[in-house]
Design a protein around this ligand. Sequence first.
Ligand code: NAG
Ligand code: NAG
Ligand code: NAG
Ligand code: NAG
Ligand code: NAG
Ligand code: NAG
Ligand code: NAG
Length: 352
Amino acid sequence: MSHLTLQLHVVIALYVLFRWCHGGITSINCSGDMWVEPGEIFQMGMNVSIYCQEALKHCRPRNLYFYKNGFKEEFDITRINRTTARIWYKGFSEPHAYMHCTAECPGHFQETLICGKDISSGYPPDAPSNLTCVIYEYSGNMTCTWNTGKPTYIDTKYFVHVKSLETEEEQQYLASSYVKISTDSLQGSRKYLVWVQAVNSLGMENSQQLHVHLDDIVIPSSSIISRAETTNDTVPKTIVYWKSKTMIEKVFCEMRYKATTSQMWSVKEYDANFTYVQQSEFYLEPDSKYVFQVRCQETGKRNWQPWSSPFVHQTSQETGKRNWQPWSSPFVHQTSQTGGYDPMLCSLQLFF
Ligand SMILES: *[C@@H]1O[C@H](CO)[C@@H](O)[C@H](O)[C@H]1NC(C)=O
Ligand SMILES: *[C@@H]1O[C@H](CO)[C@@H](O)[C@H](O)[C@H]1NC(C)=O
Ligand SMILES: *[C@@H]1O[C@H](CO)[C@@H](O)[C@H](O)[C@H]1NC(C)=O
Ligand SMILES: *[C@@H]1O[C@H](CO)[C@@H](O)[C@H](O)[C@H]1NC(C)=O
Ligand SMILES: *[C@@H]1O[C@H](CO)[C@@H](O)[C@H](O)[C@H]1NC(C)=O
Ligand SMILES: *[C@@H]1O[C@H](CO)[C@@H](O)[C@H](O)[C@H]1NC(C)=O
Ligand SMILES: *[C@@H]1O[C@H](CO)[C@@H](O)[C@H](O)[C@H]1NC(C)=O
């Protein structure tokens, strides 16, 4: 229940209590009418007039009062005639308000409720921008996102149109900020035109149209940095291990890293073959904390994975002479299997 409806209920509850105290509940309907010019939903910053017209039996009201969010208003109220009063707001800029009005009836101790209304102000939607559609590998869905632009403050709906360029068939999906479309429903063709229509009671705008080829928008299954180690060589070397469950053969990746005390990222690029766990070598400052992140895309395509979550690794203290390698293979190249590596030895190494 919204704040405003709650308030309405409080007002009604008070009213019911009030009527009950004064001789029984008759009705909690409006005893009259309230209307808003230019309308109950209007553009923020407009001048607004709210009218209250009583239709009370056995009452010729001395005064009509307006309340906004439960507080009595004092200014810009005009009594138009015996039954009707108006309140005027210059440049109304609250996104929501609950208005109600009451009458002061002669011989009655308390005011009598006439009517109430929720009013809202906001903006027509901006045209959705930066429409992007991707298929996360194995998700079974095409996910489309867009920027909604400035806030509208009022209920705004987005209709995602997906039109096959081969069959001309068009489907529509209702969304609030993004949409997931099952790839099962996209089996008619590989090429689509996608656009988003933003609609609220103050206006309607279309995004630009996006050409989508289903084979071009797949984002490889997420890449993960699994561990890192620093060798105790004369020139210590840090090896970072990373992997992905992707089935895509040609994958292009970036690894970025920086000392935790630094602002500047360094970036290395890789052609990855995730048949193997990937190993990347770095020559870093000793006894420092570094953070690593990786992201990939299908080689030659547009859409990147988001950066993997930060992996922090502390390089070992400066050592010098000893040359102890915990894995059997004397050479490490960018893509080689983890075979021959003993994790126990590695964790031992970290203790020294
Ligand atoms: C409001 O008025 C209508 C018509 O007079 C009546 O049927 C209805 O019961 C009233 N509602 C309440 C809550 O009293
Ligand atoms: C609102 O009223 C003021 C004062 O009458 C006027 O100057 C202004 O132009 C009005 N604004 C709009 C949006 O009508
Ligand atoms: C009072 O003014 C309102 C608004 O202009 C109008 O709708 C209504 O008919 C008037 N009533 C009387 C009794 O003049
Ligand atoms: C457009 O959307 C993509 C994907 O959501 C995002 O990476 C990019 O920063 C956005 N660009 C702008 C200009 O908002
Ligand atoms: C596709 O998206 C829908 C809606 O969010 C979700 O319920 C479903 O699990 C997703 N499909 C897969 C295969 O993840
Ligand atoms: C990845 O490695 C496997 C196994 O060696 C090989 O069969 C495949 O062709 C490689 N893929 C690419 C794109 O190089
Ligand atoms: C690395 O070498 C230093 C200096 O020779 C030695 O003190 C340290 O114990 C070695 N660390 C490991 C893990 O072997």
